[in-house]
Design a binder for this molecule. Sequence first.
Ligand code: DLZ
Length: 160
Amino acid sequence: MATEMHNLSQYDPTKIASGEGRKVGIVYAEWNSDITYALRDGAIKTLQENGVKADDITIASVPGSFELIFGASQMVKSGKYDAVIAIGCVIRGDTPHFDYICEGVTAGLSQLNVTYDIPVIFGLITTNTLLQAQERSGGRLGNKGDECAVTALQMMAQFK
Ligand code: DLZ
């Protein structure tokens, strides 16, 4: 996660494996769409900058972050992709809902990672405030979508 010491968009392009010929699925949540669209677009841009063709990137939206589990699961089981990136944004409110969603998504995506043979990348931003989410979706601390794309490229190169 982004810290004051780590910008999510900073990576050394010479150390990133090419994504040429790779197929990537991106599932993103519509909840907090100002944030998730920026994350999604950052991921797409970084994948393309590193060799993934536009036609080889499939995007699908789900209503909220909790549905990322089902969306990512469907993409993984389709057998069409070399990696799946799940993108969402959960902002802490006044009820425990935040914790249930974060725990559910984390557990669900973790389960996919140990069950199937392609990497599922955790692109869920979990913050206390909208400002913190903005800082991590193209603001002061970079864009977690970029980080997810780089992570997907590294995982595909390493294990597929
Ligand atoms: C219900 C809910 C709440 C309170 N907050 C968020 C949020 O901050 N981010 C998000 O992506 N989704 C939220 N949701 C919606 C749930 O993820 C889910 O869509 C609903 O509970 C229906 O299953």
